[in-house]
Ligand binder design. Structure first.
Ligand code: JDE
Length: 397
């Protein structure tokens, strides 16, 4: 793979001579060339920046040196016959990831443009795309600001370079690593088995390979849930035990998603009772939205995904009664305990002075009814507001 890097600090890229990437360069697997942007200026001060049109803080990199630097890079010998894919590190780019590294590792030729100051004149990007015919990607290492793209290029060339065939000897060492399958790595240990009063987990010394694999998978899930809940896909969810569930008050922005969840629960009830007389089935965005004004809706989210909801309000008829309704959990988390978690939350948020808690629920939901009985609810005198439901009540402790 051919790599060209343009920077006003070419020495910053010196680490590319070291370690695995340096070895790959020696072996001819990577052909890395670093260019000084100031070589493409023509004034005595070798100026690469100027003040921004429209005002604002800082300086902007001028287009002309960049255009000449790109022309120079394109004119260099290139065995692949292709044009380079131009990668510009910047905080406003698409996120760099293992998946993007894998795609870029398939390119025969990458050119990196290291910006400094506030960034590069926008016309450089347009020129590279429209006039030079390059594919241009602005890529971010993360949501923070560096002084220049050089450190980002070091990271990207290392992540991409190690994926080039031959750079890493053992293909297996690539497969098992973090981010290749969406979970973080399990904790690892080496000898001695006891060090400074700390023992290696006994299961790892047991020789029981099944138990070791199960333990490692558990560790990966727990670690990912704790450090990177955003990585946890629903397919890994084992319910509230495995994935932390966040319960927060619903706001206007939650309405579309919440309406879909409530429809799903209402549809289940309609199917179970053979009746379309299920109020939640007929509620659209407006009803769900206006319910936020007259009652409190709580949402359960697991790794960002809406997995449950419950509605509470003080009874308009009897001020000492707290009405809990629309208790709804996604089908894949049925029986996970999330239902009970939401009910507990609905009870805990009842204000002082509440004597009775009521819960209206579909009469067909026998498992749920059993669980509510266990939670202290009994059929109430209050008649159900519609067929197919029962009202349960319990005294507040
Ligand atoms: C790369 N994540 C962050 C920084 C910049 C204010 C100050 C500076 C090409 O334009 C750039 C490049 C860089 C350097 O890269 C990063 C980075 N991944 O900071 C700025 C923008 N605004 C502009």
């Amino acid at each position: 793979m051919r790599v060209d890097v343009v920077s006003i600090f070419p020495d910053y890229l010196a680490p590319l001579d070291l370690s695995l990437i340096g070895k790959a360069r020696e072996d001819g697997l990577l052909d890395v060339r670093v260019h000084d942007l100031r070589d493409f200026t023509h004034d005595r001060h070798r100026t690469v920046d100027d003040t921004p049109y429209g005002g604002g803080a800082g300086m902007v990199m001028k287009p002309q040196p960049w255009a000449e630097a790109l022309d120079h890079v394109l004119a260099l010998d290139n065995p692949s016959g292709a044009k380079p894919h131009l990668v510009v590190p910047g905080p406003g780019g698409q996120p760099f990831s293992q998946a993007l590294a894998r795609r870029l590792a398939l390119e025969p030729w990458l050119a990196f443009a290291c910006g400094r100051y506030e960034g590069i004149d926008e016309r450089v990007y347009e020129h590279a795309r429209d006039d030079l015919g390059l594919e241009v990607s602005v890529v971010s290492l993360g949501d923070y600001v560096l002084n220049g793209g050089e450190v980002a290029v070091l990271a990207m060339v290392e992540a991409i370079g190690r994926l080039v065939p031959g750079v890493i000897g053992n293909a297996e060492s690539l497969v098992e690593e973090s981010h290749e399958d969406g979970l973080l790595e399990y904790p690892i240990y080496t000898k001695p088995s006891s060090w400074n009063g700390r023992d290696v987990p006994a299961v790892l010394l047991s020789g029981n390979h099944g138990a070791i694999a199960a333990w490692r998978h558990e560790q990966r899930l727990a670690r990912t849930a704790a450090r990177r809940p955003d990585l946890l896909h629903a397919s890994h969810a084992t319910g509230p035990d495995g994935v932390p569930v966040d319960i927060t008050a619903a706001t206007r922005g939650d309405v579309p998603e919440l309406a879909v969840l409530l429809r799903a629960c209402a549809a289940e009830e309609a199917v179970a009772t053979g009746s379309l007389d299920v109020p939640a089935l007929h509620e659209g965005l407006d009803e769900v939205s206006s319910a936020l004004e007259t009652s409190q809706t709580w949402l359960a989210r697991s790794a960002g995904r809406l997995v449950g909801a419950v509605r509470t309000r003080r009874s308009p008829d009897a001020g000492d009664r707290w009405e809990i309704s629309r208790l709804c959990v996604t089908p894949d988390l049925d029986g996970s305990g999330l239902d009970r978690q939401l009910l507990d939350h609905a009870e805990d948020t009842a204000p002082d002075g509440i004597r009775t808690l009521t819960l209206e629920v579909g009469a067909h939901r026998t498992d749920a009814l059993k669980a509510y009985r266990k939670a202290g609810y009994r059929p109430a005198d209050t008649p159900a507001s519609r067929p197919g439901t029962v009202v349960l009540a319990k005294r507040r402790r």
